[in-house]
Design a protein around this ligand. Structure first.
Ligand SMILES: C[S@@+](CC[C@H](N)C(=O)[O-])C[C@H]1O[C@@H](n2cnc3c(N)ncnc32)[C@H](O)[C@@H]1O
Length: 288
């Protein structure tokens, strides 16, 4: 860009890369991110404007659906506003039916479609039915939620791995089959999705397997939305503190020392408090 390049949002829009055509009779399976419409990808934004039908999950907020084209038909496919949840088979059947009717079908899912989101199952059903599709990733709740809370999900001084865990198995129970000893000793940062219900059970497993009960924990409810609610605690107290704070789903739980970086990076802290914490943290470790 030079000084003669037009600026402003309209000029910037004219410089957008060319977007792929949303072909009639195809399905785009797209991640909408965890809530803030600003976290949509350009492909997701493009798809919203082009789609004839949008089949959306409960975690996709109204701020995102408001970006749909004027003629788009929106179909709720998740538990929202007390309505009963659609069955997975009915959702995939609807996607196939709409595509076969020649519609441009946007399947919009919260976060990333392939992180605990059944996106793989839906894509397989489309592939089996020979329906053309495109897969568009989204920003998953853990990555965005931690960033909005002021926590880098990795820091090379602290963790060389991140582990994503679901707290809710297909049948609704806790994740019984995990190797808790391996997680306690070899996974420096654990991220729990769908974990509020079984948090006490999971924390107890980790502590019994040797993880320090004082390990730092952050609980983030409704991350990246206006109702975001953050509770910092430690492993032994996490479930009780979640309950005391009346934390609501959806929420993610992060366990590990990266949580401590929030002291220096919390967007809601004063610049002075952040600077004090940043200086203390950099005195603790050499960045090179
Ligand atoms: C069925 S999983 C879907 C995850 C999604 N595919 C993703 O990549 O974020 C639902 C869980 O994601 C997490 N989640 C989704 N959106 C969230 C948000 N805005 N704030 C906190 N957690 C969220 C919660 O753990 C919730 O129970």
């Amino acid at each position: 860009m030079n000084e003669n390049t037009p600026s402003g949002p309209i000029a910037a829009a004219s410089r957008l890369p060319e977007m792929p055509a949303f072909e009639p009779g195809s399905v785009w399976l797209v991640g909408a991110g965890p809530g803030d419409p600003g976290l949509l990808s350009l492909l997701a934004f493009h798809a919203l404007g082009q789609a004839d039908d949008i089949v959306y999950d409960a975690l996709v907020g109204d701020g995102i659906l408001a970006l749909a084209g004027a003629g788009a038909v929106c179909h709720a496919a998740g538990k929202r506003g007390g309505k009963p949840s659609a069955k997975q088979a009915d959702i995939t059947e609807k996607l196939i039916e709409l595509a076969r009717a020649g519609r441009k079908v946007l399947r919009l899912k919260g976060g990333d479609p392939f992180i605990f989101g059944r996106g793989g199952e839906e894509a397989l059903a489309l592939a089996a039915a020979e329906v053309p599709f495109r897969l568009v990733p989204g920003i998953t709740a853990a990555v965005a939620g931690l960033a909005y809370a002021g926590i880098p999900i990795t820091d090379r001084r602290v963790n060389s791995a991140v582990t994503f865990i679901t707290g809710h198995e297909a049948g609704g129970g806790p994740p019984e089959g995990l190797d808790w000893r391996a997680l306690a000793s070899g996974a420096p940062v654990l991220i729990l999705y769908m974990a509020l219900k079984h948090l006490a059970w999971m924390a107890e497993r980790l502590i019994s397997a040797g993880l320090d009960p004082d390990t730092a924990v952050v609980l983030i409810s409704k991350a990246t939305t206006a109702d975001q609610h953050i509770v910092e605690t430690h492993l032994a107290a996490a479930a009780a503190d979640a309950e005391a704070a009346k934390l609501e789903a959806p929420a993610i739980v992060a366990i590990g020392d990266v949580v401590g970086l929030r002291a220096a990076l919390d967007p809601s802290a004063t610049p002075e408090a952040r600077a004090r914490a940043a200086l203390a943290l950099s005195a603790d470790g050499d960045r090179d």
